[in-house]
Design a protein around this ligand. Structure first.
Ligand code: KIV
Ligand code: ZN
Length: 384
């Protein structure tokens, strides 16, 4: 069965950059955009051009630089926003305008003080206007996660007629459960006339830790684009993490879904973005965290030394990590100590290992982690 392509829409430089405390200058944004292009993302959301002259300049510079990916700029459903975005994107090889409006009852009432009919009119007008500048127009139905499905379907139908090529269904508040979000995408697939003319896109936030699960539920129900960020950074608890969704598709061939991502660049890209943004990656972060391929309990270490697959479902090389780490702590066993000692040139027989292991436990109870440089001291302490 042939694999179907899922587009990776990276919004590190737009939704990701909205993180408090993170301010990237244009130079850093260009470096990150260039890396994303090499990584193989299909779309780079470069910014929100009307938001500031600096953001306009960054989007314009990225549009000039990028050779492969589509470059996208965000707008509200406002004429001036769309004109400014079109101007910032005018040098892009593949420009996309990303326009939209809130569609949940809460947004309609409190943000817009409008009616559902007025929201549809504004959505259609925005898409039609964006279409006068570029061919590729993505529409977002903000807070789609909490929008009534029948109304959402009506909005989608009308914006497709106005020329939208991609329909973004954001779970803006990270509220949906995976089943619910998947069912929403399925509902749109089955109830929107003209849906075959557009690509459905998942844009999930992580307020309840479900962004990745929801995005996967979305593609399992027919969406063919995922909006995500490196390291999952973004507003509040963040966005869907690029490295997680990409590796889920790669490690589950039964999904028959594929991306263009060169996964071997994932770890390096994660570090680079973390350093540029000044946002630390939590050690237990899936796929790219410092501990993602580190084993410290004796039982696990023994298994991994015998065969990596006993406790690893991914090959670290596939995400650009050179090797699994066998960490020496007071919870480690003899197999791990022998393995690490051998790596630094000490081949120990059973008796010698017993002696060194006694010394090792004494030191490991004092120190949190035993390093390669401690091993010769342990051997000396064991009188070998
Ligand atoms: O989360 C959201 O709804 C968004 C839109 C502006 C696309 O980021
Ligand atoms: Zn968002």
């Amino acid at each position: 069965m042939a694999k179907e392509h899922v587009q990776i829409f990276d919004t590190t430089l737009r939704d990701g950059e909205q993180v408090p405390g993170c301010k990237l200058d244009t130079e850093s944004k260009l470096i990150i955009a260039d890396r994303l292009d090499h990584l193989g993302v299909d779309v780079i959301e470069a910014g929100f051009p009307i938001s500031s002259p600096g953001d306009f300049h960054s989007v314009e510079s990225i549009a000039k630089l990028i050779k492969n990916a589509t470059v996208c700029g965000l707008t509200r459903a406002v004429k001036k926003d769309i004109e400014v975005a079109a101007d910032a994107l005018k040098h892009a090889k593949r420009p996309r305008i990303h326009t939209g409006i809130g569609t949940s009852d809460s947004h309609i009432k409190y943000k817009f003080n409008a009616t559902r009919e007025q929201i549809i009119e504004r959505a259609v007008a925005a898409v039609a206007y964006a279409k006068t500048f570029v061919e590729d127009v993505e529409f977002y139905a903000e807070d789609a996660g909490r929008t009534d499905n029948a109304f959402l379907a009506k909005v989608c139908e009308e914006v497709i007629k106005a020329g939208a090529t991609v329909l973004n269904i954001p779970d803006t508040t990270g509220y949906c459960l995976p089943e619910e979000y998947g069912a929403k995408i399925k509902y749109l697939k089955e109830n929107v006339t003209g849906i075959d003319k557009a690509t459905l896109s998942c844009h999930c936030h992580n307020d309840l830790g479900l962004a990745t699960a929801n995005s996967i539920a979305g593609i399992m129900n027919g969406a063919r684009q995922i909006e995500c960020t490196i390291n999952g950074i973004g507003e509040r608890a963040g966005n869907t993490s690029l490295e997680e969704v990409v590796m889920i598709m790669r490690q589950h061939p039964d999904l028959h879904l594929d991306t263009n991502i060169n996964t071997r660049l994932l770890y390096d890209t994660s570090r680079m973005v973390s350093e540029r943004m000044g946002m630390v990656v939590q050690p237990n972060k899936a796929v790219v965290g410092a501990n993602a391929f580190a084993h410290s309990s004796g039982i696990h270490q023994d298994g991994v030394i015998k065969n990596r697959e006993t406790y690893e479902i991914m090959d670290p090389h596939d995400v650009g990590v050179t090797e699994s780490a066998i960490v020496l702590t007071a919870r480690s066993g003899r197999a791990a100590l022998a393995y690490r000692a051998k790596n630094v040139g000490f081949e120990l027989d059973k008796k010698q290992l017993d002696k060194v292991y006694t010394e090792f436990l004494k030191l490991a109870d004092q120190k949190k982690e035993i390093n390669d440089s401690d091993i010769p001291t342990l051997i000396e302490a064991a009188n070998l």
